[in-house]
Design a protein around this ligand. Structure first.
Ligand SMILES: Nc1ncnc2c1ncn2[C@@H]1O[C@H](COP(=O)(O)OP(=O)(O)OP(=O)(O)O)[C@@H](O)[C@H]1O
Ligand code: SF4
Ligand SMILES: [Mg+2]
Length: 398
């Protein structure tokens, strides 16, 4: 059985060198009374098997809609879905919900932000797991129960033989999220979507859960999409990062390249907003100036222009295309990319003109290099300092 990720299954997955997922020009638009919400607007990406792609962006940038669209969970009368989603050689965009049901859980699964909304509060966690196993894998009750106990053990739930009979409210937040991960992993999916899986948890438990996901992903040779608003969360964990803004990819690169050679001003602004371990307690995070754009009537040209310290007239008139950077796999969409001579000139001009967002970004721009090094050091330090104690301690939320 594949549910606990056998070596044979893992090796078979690793043998296949074709990308597991190839998305081309994916659009998800919602028709509502106020107009057409272009939540995902022409996204293309591909993920190799066994790799993790981090999708990063502020609230409302389209991360969840993109993940749900790839899983074809956004099927309603007011949803317009176009483009192509090739999953393991199969086109998903034309599949009905009924056809997709065969893939959900078994091929692809999702861990959501809030475990309390994905678990049924009046059903014991064991039953929620065993029903899932029995439905998808057709196993009998005793086998489903013993597999469920093994799954709970594999996600480091202490004393799974008794915990299996708990109701969700009898567990801590971290433990509930472990149960959700166990449910998502139950049928051995090839692809796991983790949509802000730790936002509702405190910082220590966050790291335990992120480390657990990374271990499971590696042991099972799963392909993972990790969605987050925090560039720091994916910095040490994703192979590649796609930065989303207003339903589009602003920049995409292998993780190392993104940090050493970021070109998009929005990526740079996200970097400024990462909390640092070295900051004194209660330091205010550097929020990105302005608000994300209206997705029904986005600004003309580059949608980041009202908030960008480098914006010029061209930015407000013409939308920048996604172009290749100098490193393989690096793409960005910007007329005056960070690190270029044009960018320096645009910045100097805006400073001289007293443009408010440029003045506000002054100190931060100069500190970008230091911040990059600091963030990478912080992540290594946090990973070293967090010890997974869930095997020996009855985990609480604080
Ligand atoms: N069913 C829907 N109908 C209309 N608009 C929608 C629908 N679902 C999402 N949207 C809009 O699509 C945009 C993108 O939403 P999405 O949930 O993907 O953002 P997100 O990046 O995941 O944000 P967050 O970090 O807050 O989770 C938002 O403006 C949202 O209001
Ligand atoms: S410099 Fe121009 S094109 Fe680049 S992000 Fe800023 S506004 Fe957009
Ligand atoms: Mg979301």
């Amino acid at each position: 059985m594949t549910v606990v990720g056998s070596d044979t299954e893992r090796l078979a997955r690793a043998d296949n060198t074709e990308p597991l997922l190839v998305v081309k020009d994916l659009k998800t638009h919602f028709q509502i009374d106020a107009g057409l919400v272009k939540a995902v607007d022409g996204v293309s990406l591909e993920i190799e098997r066994g790799k993790t792609l981090g999708i990063v962006g502020e609230s409302g940038s389209g991360k969840t809609v993109l993940s749900r669209s790839i899983m074809r969970l956004n099927i309603a009368n007011n949803v317009i879905n176009t483009g192509s989603i090739m999953y393991d050689g199969e086109e998903l965009i034309t599949k009905s919900s009924k056809q997709m049901q065969k893939l959900w859980g078994v091929e692809m699964a999702m861990v959501f932000q809030d475990p309390m909304t994905s678990l049924n509060p009046v059903v014991r966690v064991g039953r929620q797991l065993t029903e899932h196993l029995r439905y998808h894998l057709g196993v009998g009750k005793p086998e489903a129960r013993s597999t469920a106990i093994e799954l709970l053990r594999s996600v480091k739930i202490p004393e799974p033989e008794s915990r299996i009979d708990n109701y969700p409210h009898e567990m801590s937040g971290g433990m509930r999220q472990r149960v959700c991960i166990a449910i998502a992993l139950a049928c051995g999916p090839k692809m796991l979507f983790a949509d802000e899986p730790t936002t509702a948890l405190d910082v220590t438990v966050q790291h335990q859960i992120l480390n657990l996901l990374a271990t499971q992903q590696r042991d099972r040779f799963m392909t993972m999409i990790m969605v987050t608003h925090d560039l720091g969360v994916v910095a040490g964990r994703a192979d590649e990062i796609a930065v989303m803004y207003a339903g589009k990819i602003a920049e995409k690169a292998p993780t190392g390249t993104l940090f050493s050679d970021m070109r998009h001003p929005y990526t740079q602004a996200l970097l400024w907003s990462i909390p640092k371990v070295s900051q004194p307690k209660h330091t205010r995070l550097s929020a990105i100036a302005g608000r994300p754009p209206d997705l029904i009537n986005p600004p003309m040209g580059c949608s980041f222009s009202p908030r960008c310290p480098y914006a010029q007239d061209k930015c407000r008139e013409e939308e920048p295309p996604l172009v290749a950077g100098s490193t393989p796999g690096h793409q960005f969409a910007c007329w005056y990319p960070v690190g270029s001579k044009e960018n320096e000139e645009a910045y100097a001009k805006n400073l001289a003109d007293g443009v408010a967002v440029t003045l506000a970004a002054e100190g931060k721009i100069r500190a970008t290099e230091e911040l990059t090094a600091e963030v990478i050091a912080d992540i290594a330090e946090l990973d070293d300092s967090v010890i997974d104690v869930s095997d020996s301690v009855d985990e609480g939320d604080s």
